[in-house]
Design a protein around this ligand. Structure first.
Ligand code: BG6
Length: 531
């Protein structure tokens, strides 16, 4: 699929050569010279996501030659070992492989490792000296991007230590006119555990950092199809007029995974599907789908609109939780031909764990546009296929005209926005079967990214890292959005914890979740789409 020879992209210092292959690329997105400090750099996020994303961004010509990476972690490693750790990650996980030696060598010259404990002030003083030296030697102009690839419990400690070492101040020239470089911080999810903890975390970070320095990552927002949702809705005249309760019957958001907890039993057992997926990815997809058109596509307008939708989502009364939610946990079964053991047998999962690995819920948005349209969200691990999609079911035609001619009721139109895999958009509608009699069958109109565009999509982390380096926070979640998402889910978490939210249902690995999830829609005369 990859048709552009990315090696042709200049990665050396100086003005990029005129290159026809660059036409159409968003050159203005070239990052400013900066240093990215990865706190917790020896964890698997660096290897699986960050290193491949940086390499591909460099390969695409979007990183300047001054760009520098400093890995900061507790393990005592040499620069050389850390570089090898990144190289192994790229070789294994990059969408462009094998690694091109010349590109890697130029990248590797700007990779260093800083050994220290996150609670040790000396480690930060030394880090500050190192960053000053890098500014002088490599021309990174005092611009620093800190990536917190550590558990959220460490965020306040690190932020405070950065502050004490004089590393948190922001001299973003665009906003302050000062000569200092900018300081930005990317934090990983989960941001908090419930509304209270998210508020506390926001508050602790706000004591040191301005909100516009904080980039809360939700990698689903960096996915190409999620960004395309806005183009689809607001770049075309056709869809927006029918994007409302008059034409739409219901909306289903599915985030299905075939994988289990992938060695993260400890984290997952304390988290569960509602916090791990629905609080962030699920509600962000809902907000992008349902928001009003923003005045402009700037970070604040976009996030204001998403926040409005989240504010209009009615938090469930505790007494309604059992009727509107289903939680499940997988037991042994088969997924894609492989035997999967029960969730409770996973390493680091409590043998009698009550944590949900599947959740289905029905939400209502109290707004003029969406009143009366149910939004169903389901997500689960160990399901039969990996698919994320938003399926819009339209209202039926007002008159069953063809039933008079003996044709059974035609299926309602469905528009399925496939986020992954096989990114694209599918429209299902009724068509006449060729022949003399009148028979109607549902057919598909199918747009696929892969066949329409002969280029590879960037990975979400590539887009988001570059956005943070260019100071574009549009695809990151703001403090109030995160808190509002927790406010929607808190009553559910509370009811479940109090044993009032309905039972935990078990489902076989490789099935589409417990039958109770089907009943949730069945009661409304609807059914989940089989992706
Ligand atoms: C993460 C969750 O945010 O998203 C994981 O913590 C999940 O549990 C992952 O597997 C799914 O991401 P993707 O991009 O593979 O759909």
């Amino acid at each position: 699929m990859q048709t552009v020879d990315r090696q042709a992209q200049p990665v050396v210092a100086g003005k990029p050569e005129a290159n026809p292959l660059r036409e159409g690329l968003r050159l203005e997105r070239m990052a400013e010279p900066c240093t990215m400090v990865i706190c917790g750099a020896t964890g698997d996020l660096t290897e699986r996501k960050l290193a491949p994303a940086l390499y591909n961004t460099l390969l695409g010509g979007f990183l300047p030659p001054e760009f520098t990476v400093v890995g900061f972690a507790r393990r005592d490693l040499t620069d050389e070992v850390f570089r090898q750790h990144l190289l192994d990650g790229i070789n294994e996980h990059s969408r462009n492989k094998p690694v091109k030696p010349a590109i890697w060598e130029s990248f590797a010259r700007g990779i260093e490792y800083h050994h220290g404990n996150f609670d040790d002030p000396v480690a930060y003083v030394e880090l500050a000296k190192r960053l000053d030296r890098i500014d002088r030697d490599r021309g990174t102009a005092g611009n620093r991007l800190f990536y917190f690839a550590v558990p959220p419990s460490l965020y306040p400690e690190i932020v405070n230590q950065l502050d004490r070492a004089g590393l948190a101040a922001n001299g973003d020239r665009r906003t302050t006119g000062s000569k200092r470089g900018w300081t930005r911080v990317i934090v990983e999810k989960p941001f908090g555990y419930d509304l209270d903890s998210a508020r506390t975390l926001n508050h602790e970070m706000a004591e040191v950092l301005d909100e516009d320095q904080v980039y809360r990552i939700d990698h689903y927002l960096g996915k190409e199809t999620v960004q395309n949702l806005s183009v689809f809705r607001f770049g075309n005249g056709l869809f927006e007029p029918i994007w409302n309760r008059r034409y739409i019957d219901s909306v289903q958001i599915t985030v299905a995974e075939t994988v289990g907890v992938e060695g993260r039993g400890d984290f997952y057992d304390a988290t569960g599907a509602l916090r791990d997926i629905v609080q962030n990815h699920g509600l962000q997809l809902l907000a992008m789908f349902a928001m009003e058109p923003p005045i402009e596509f700037g970070a604040e307008d976009l996030r204001d609109e998403k926040l409005k939708v989240l504010r209009a989502v009615k938090p469930m009364a505790r007494a309604d939780v059992a009727a509107n939610t289903v939680r499940g946990q997988y037991v042994s079964g088969w997924v894609e031909g492989a035997r999967v053991s029960s969730y409770r047998d996973e390493p680091e999962v409590a043998p009698a764990s009550e944590t949900e690995t599947f959740v289905a819920l029905k939400l209502a948005i109290d707004s003029w546009r969406w009143a009366g349209v149910p939004f169903y969200i389901r997500t689960g691990k160990a399901l039969p296929s990996r698919v994320t999609e938003i399926a819009v079911q339209f209202r039926r035609a007002p008159l069953a005209l063809f039933s008079r001619a003996g044709v059974p009721q035609i299926d309602p139109n469905v528009l399925a926005i496939r986020v992954q895999p096989d990114e694209g958009i599918l429209l299902r509608f009724g068509a006449k079967v060729p022949g003399q009699g009148l028979q109607i069958r549902t057919v598909n109109m199918d747009f696929r990214y892969g066949s329409s565009f002969a280029v590879d999509s960037p990975d979400a982390y590539e887009t988001l890292l570059l956005d943070a380096m260019t100071g574009d926070a549009s695809l990151f979640t703001r403090d109030d959005e995160v808190e509002r998402a927790w406010a929607i889910l808190d009553p559910i978490l509370e009811a479940w914890a109090a044993g009032e939210g309905g039972p935990l249902h078990f489902y076989g690995a490789g099935s589409w979740g417990p039958p109770a999830a089907d009943e949730l829609l069945d009661r409304d005369g609807r059914a989940w789409r089989k992706p």
